[in-house]
Design a protein around this ligand. Structure first.
Ligand code: ADP
Ligand code: MG
Length: 340
């Protein structure tokens, strides 16, 4: 759980701080009619630095597991303005002109640094490439390919599970190159924001790093007998669209196509998580096919992946109901087990 500080606006209008970290992964929500304590593997409060979040969430281990061939996923979840993008990327994505101070870089850039350090220390053992997609209105779009965005087909195969056809994969070898890809992609996601009414919070963005370790330490005869396959891992960062739309639109009854898609995918995600959180014996069929998002996250959620979920919340009294729903959602997610 990450609790962001109160913003200037919130402080100015005198919002109460209703969320408090109690240490040891406990977080307490106290307001007039609500008084609840939740337990998680880690809670980062307003004072926690980006570095503390990176180290305390054990992101470093996740990077190492990805190098070892596992499918690792980090997803940031929470209402709009709760700090998802800040946690993943830092304030850098928000200000175009001046680069963010290194201390404020998010989980993504820190993971890239860690990955490239590992890569360097292993010689040229690792082949790295990246893909960057967004799901907008139930369409999968490539954020790295030039030209106007076009929808890519999502397919399923026995060997690969769900995958996106024709998605661009760009190889990279330096920190600068991957950070540029991230910026380019986020820019494309954001450019449409002006035309399409806060598009950025209305699409889910998935950046995937593909890591292949060439098995070049093995003697040639081993390679020929294919007894020593190369390992292929992935490290995927998911910036989900804001969750409060579900309620907003539900109450107004005016469902635009856009809000409807977000509803659909976030509800589908919540539904899959609820079912996955049930004990093994009581589990029914998991409806991954209900949305593009759940299809793409199928492996991370319930399959062979290793997943870190960062639930972002605001400490303000005005966000209370969203905060509680995020905490409940996260508590369910915590009970999900995968078999890496
Ligand atoms: P989201 O992506 O969930 O919509 P953002 O990451 O854009 O939210 O955060 C909303 C605002 O709050 C931004 O101005 C961001 O810089 C600020 N913010 C979020 N988390 C923190 C934090 N931990 N420390 C300082 N500022 C933060
Ligand atoms: Mg955001």
């Amino acid at each position: 759980i990450r609790v962001r500080p109160l913003t200037c606006t919130e402080t100015r209008r005198g919002d109460q701080q209703v969320v408090h970290s109690l240490g040891d992964g406990a977080v307490h929500v106290s307001a007039a009619k609500h008084d609840a304590t939740f337990g998680f593997s880690a809670v980062f409060d307003a004072g926690a630095s980006q570095e503390a979040v990176f180290e305390g969430s054990r992101m470093r281990q996740l990077v190492e597991l990805a190098i070892d061939g596992f499918s690792c996923t980090v997803f940031a979840f929470g209402q709009t303005g709760s700090g998802k993008t800040y946690t993943l990327m830092g304030p850098l994505a928000q200000s175009e002109t001046q680069p963010a101070s290194p201390a404020l870089l998010g989980l993504m850039q820190r993971s890239f640094t860690c990955l490239l350090e590992q890569s360097r220390s292993r010689g040229s053992d690792l082949a790295l490439s990246a893909s960057y997609l967004e799901i907008y209105n139930e369409q999968v779009r490539d954020l790295l390919s030039p030209g106007p965005p076009c929808a890519l087909p999502l397919r399923w195969s026995k060997t690969r599970g769900f995958y996106v056809e024709n998605q661009l994969r760009v190889e990279f070898e330096s920190l600068e190159a991957i950070v540029n890809l991230l910026l380019q992609g986020s820019q494309r996601r954001r450019t449409s924001a002006h035309a399409l009414n806060r598009h950025s919070s209305r699409s889910h963005a998935l950046l995937t790093i593909h890591i292949r370790s060439r098995a070049h330490h093995a003697p040639t005869w081993v390679l020929q007998a294919s007894a020593c396959p190369s390992k292929q891992g992935t490290l995927c960062f998911v910036d989900l669209a804001g969750s409060e739309r579900v309620k907003d639109t539900g109450s107004s009854g005016e469902l635009s196509v856009e809000a409807n898609s977000i509803n659909r995918s976030l509800l589908a995600l919540g539904h899959c998580i609820s079912l996955l959180a049930k004990p093994q014996g009581k589990r029914t069929h998991i409806p991954y096919r209900d949305s593009k998002l759940t299809r793409l996250l199928a492996r991370s959620l319930g399959g062979s992946g290793i997943t870190l979920m960062v639930a972002c919340i605001s400490p303000s009294s005005r966000c209370l109901s969203e905060t509680l729903s995020t905490l409940h959602y996260a508590s369910r997610a915590r009970r999900v087990t995968t078999r890496p």
